[in-house]
Write a protein that binds this ligand. Structure first.
Ligand code: AMP
Ligand code: GLY
Length: 424
């Protein structure tokens, strides 16, 4: 099978790494890819949002399957683009339709969906410029802290947790005033949930679903979960507090009604559902849905997944996921992100990365890397994710930390406390 993978991050390197291990993968193309994906297949310089160019490439190269890493092509309707084109409709796209990707693309829509299907989530109200006055009144009476969410995609910056009413009122007005462009023309005001977060991944063919290993990611830049949010500084899988009882609640109250709800609403969905969950007093609630895999969670989930990924996707496309049994490595996987100095604020690019060939006992997944004049240099904030296995979190993290010292570039930073909160 010839496969085209869209995206360029650590998640996509993990996808490419796993797909290329399959005997069923004949040729693998990644667009645009990074210096890591080029070791698993062939990078192609296309824009994943240029659907005409993607379609043409698929026809010219006898592509049999398109796998979509990031959310944006899905939210913009790449699945529908393929379906609506006579020449492309026979090529399966792993990922939801535009109507399904709205689970991530519109926070207001996803809250309404959860209400319709009685899926546990924080209480909320939504407001636009038309009822801004009602919104401000609502905020005045709201308990603190107040969670404000720009409705649309805002590059991970659209959620603001406000500690005072003044801050909330100001942020609310700025969002509706265009701070995040059209993404903020509708704002969700949400009750703050206090608990511990974890990520659950489901692959569905629209009818059947399979649950992948869970993970916990570390979003803040600083140790002890301090400082601004990032794309993710590290992750571990499995998550010790997600026990059998929790899994039963998650499946019964969240996963099943989500998949059933999509089907009932006749929303085509053949792809990943990423559930951002929070455990509050022993009960799971949905913080958010994403229509894709997580990053850096994929860098620990896929190494633990024993199934052949091409076979899994093929069953997903054909609607036969029911016959699949997910098998997971029972060991613990941990990943640790090396990031550019200054990230998630301003940072420099083009720093030469050394020591990658000396990595031992970990897998180095590339994110913001590129090749330049025979060297591998940084090209983004998150640069390399170092994934290791261990009998427990301590031993897995220890291996990644050892290799974090070996791989180097000017300004390198990483958190040394990944998984520490889970060690009891
Ligand atoms: P998101 O950008 O949707 O991933 O949200 C970013 C982060 O904001 C989440 O991972 C949570 O840590 C936090 N968050 C979002 N909604 C809530 C909520 N209702 N209560 C507490 N924290 C929240
Ligand atoms: N790690 C969180 C995300 O991928 O959105």
């Amino acid at each position: 099978m010839n496969i085209l993978l869209l995206g360029s991050g650590g998640r996509e390197h993990a996808f490419a790494w796993k797909l290329s291990k399959s005997k069923r993968c004949s040729r693998l193309f990644i667009t645009p890819g990074n210096a890591g994906t080029s070791t698993c297949g062939q990078n192609v310089a296309l824009n994943p949002l240029d659907f005409d160019a993607i379609g043409k490439f698929c026809l010219d190269n006898q592509i049999n399957m398109v796998v979509v890493g990031p959310e944006e092509p899905l939210v913009r309707g790449i699945w529908d683009f393929f379906q609506e084109n006579e020449n492309l409709k026979s090529i399966p796209v792993i990922g939801p339709s535009k109507a399904g990707a709205v689970l991530e693309g519109s926070k207001a829509w996803s809250k309404q969906f959860m209400q319709r299907h009685k899926i546990p989530t924080a209480a909320y109200r939504e407001f636009t410029g038309e009822n801004i006055g009602d919104g401000l009144q609502y905020l005045k009476k709201h308990s603190l802290p107040i969670v404000l969410k720009a409705d649309g995609l805002a590059a991970g910056k659209g959620v603001v947790i406000c500690q005072t009413h003044t801050e909330a009122e100001q942020e609310f007005q700025e969002m509706l005033g265009g701070k995040f462009g059209s993404a903020g023309h509708r704002v969700v005001v949400e009750e703050f949930l206090s608990g511990i977060e974890f990520s659950v991944f489901v692959l569905t063919d629209g009818k059947n679903y399979k649950i992948l290993p869970e993970a916990k990611d570390y979003k803040r830049i600083g140790e002890g979960d301090t400082g601004p949010n990032t794309g993710g500084m590290g992750a571990v899988s499995p998550v010790p507090f997600v026990d059998e009882t929790m899994w039963q609640k998650v499946e019964e109250r969240i996963i099943r009604p989500t998949v059933k709800g999509l089907r009932k609403e006749k929303i085509p969905y053949k792809g990943f559902i990423f559930l951002g969950l929070i455990k509050v007093n022993g009960e799971p609630f949905v913080i958010e849905y994403n229509c894709r895999m997580g990053d850096p969670e994929t860098e620990v989930v896929f190494p633990r997944l024993k199934n052949d990924l091409v076979t899994l996707f093929d069953n997903c496309a054909k609607g036969t996921l029911g016959r699949v049994k997910i098998r997971a490595d029972q060991r613990t996987a941990a990943t640790l992100f090396l990031v550019s100095g200054g990230y998630p604020g301003d940072y420099q690019k083009g720093k030469v990365i050394t020591g990658l060939e000396k990595v031992k006992g970990s897998t180095a997944f590339h994110a913001g890397t590129t090749e330049k004049g025979g060297e591998i240099v940084t090209s983004g904030g998150r640069v390399i994710a170092l994934t290791s296995f261990g009998k427990d979190i301590v031993s897995a993290v220890r291996k990644s930390k050892r290799n974090a010292k070996v791989v180097d570039f000017d300004g390198k930073y990483y958190r040394r406390d990944i998984g520490k909160d889970l060690i009891g």
